[in-house]
Design a protein around this ligand. Sequence first.
Ligand SMILES: Nc1ncnc2c1ncn2[C@@H]1O[C@H](COP(=O)(O)OP(=O)(O)O)[C@@H](O)[C@H]1O
Ligand SMILES: O=C(CO)[C@@H](O)[C@H](O)COP(=O)(O)O
Length: 510
Amino acid sequence: MSYFLGLDLGTSAVKCILVDERGAVAGSHSVEYPLDQPHPGWAEQHPEDWWQGTVQGIRELLDHTGTSGVDIIGIGFSGQMHGSVFLDADQAVIRPALLWCDQRTAEQCAQIEQAVGVDELGRLTGNRALTGFTAPKVLWLRQHEPEHYARVRHLLLPKDYVRLRLTGALGMDVADASGTLLLDVAARRWSQAVTERLDIPLDWLPPLYESGEIAGRLLPEAAALTGLAAGTPVVAGGGDQACGAVGVGVVREGIASVALGTSGVVFVHDDAYQTDEAYRLHSFCHGVPGKWHRMGVMLAAGGALQWWRRHFAHEELARAQAEGRDVYNVLTSEAAAAPLGSEGLLFLPYLTGERTPHPDPKARGGFIGLNLRHGKAHLTRAVLEGITFGLRDSLELIRASGVAVRELRVSGGGARSPMWRQMIADIFGIPVVTVNSTDGPAYGAAVMAASGVLGRDITELCDEWIRIVDRAEPDAARHAAYEPYYRIYRELYAALKPAFHQLSDLAAQG
Ligand SMILES: Nc1ncnc2c1ncn2[C@@H]1O[C@H](COP(=O)(O)OP(=O)(O)O)[C@@H](O)[C@H]1O
Ligand SMILES: O=C(CO)[C@@H](O)[C@H](O)COP(=O)(O)O
């Protein structure tokens, strides 16, 4: 049997999966690596950790599944988006990468929007300057670490660095490149106009590919380290959101996806390039050649639940261990027992600032409406409801731009919870489905590898390999009961913004 290897270079771990020629997952394995937060709001990782994790992950996957490297006929990549990998003339890493969730570049974003103009930047790139994006990170390096900046000769995104180590070839796909703010997203090529205005050398940027195109072949030294065969084709792949959407079959108009990972993303496929009026949604190239997508991105969706679990779920953790259950399972069961609306309690999930719909690194979280009757279950339910209201904000932007969403496909860690899936269906008022491929971005990366190696269309492969396995219908009464809560939720950010900013400034002073 021949296999495709899908690699998803995530924020917390690299996930490696094997998919056979009929689209069935034959095995998966993850290797974690650390995230550094040297200052409040900063987030960095060492590209060497990604490389070591990937090598280990591939080796262990082959060992555990008893697969021979020669049976892997293609490799595809998904990766956390936007992170800046700065390389010198010898392709050596100059400093740790600044990640998608790093918030240090508010000043540089303002400088970019002033230098280019918000409308002109939108016209050239389809997007606004947001702190997570790559171009502001380049300006930050120039202003704060000029000695490092002087050495830069190549700029890559996280997965492209690992592909470089595997194949020796520099490259980037247009889906991931869309999140650099240096791509002319409509034309699917680097924007000379933007690089010139920002004074970023165009020759730092690698050759561009569509996601299913072969971007290199495995080097003999990488083959020796991983157990794969030298010469194995490696496709360009995509950013994790484009790969995740392909992985659940969001390759046609009318179907949207919600990815509930650390971040939370509402994603729609576009046959033609589109932007919303004020560029509040991201407009990016899709992993499907010649197609685009729009998405709203919450910075802490699953991340907010993870924070809640880590700091406040000690009893639930003990119970989960005693009963051999997942702690998230215990938490969501508790939340299910609390009433809808958490008895007048709302949670704001802006724990690491926010992107959509409030592009504000100084936005903060909170519980609003606490009273003496509230206990842990109410608070846990409020966290889940608050994250879901945050996702609904992105859905409303998508709806306002004229897209009729008929069905939502959910993926990511949060999608494992039937209770949360039903809550999304009720709050959104749309059916929520899950598909047979639960490996999201890694599966999408494997589909892209199959497309490149077999010369098949990505949409066709998705139609053949992906099918719906579960469906949660919205309950009309619960949908109506959530509406007044959602209306109040929508007003809270604007009302609390001045306090968030003052608190954020006070915290930064130490
Ligand atoms: N059984 C579950 N029920 C509800 N949420 C869950 C469950 N398992 C994981 N999660 C959520 O999913 C998140 C991890 O999702 P994942 O897709 O693995 O994230 P990432 O790829 O960003 O590392 C966790 O932080 C948690 O909030
Ligand atoms: O910033 C974005 C998309 O714009 C994130 O999707 C990151 O690419 C990684 O998110 P997780 O998969 O770790 O949640």
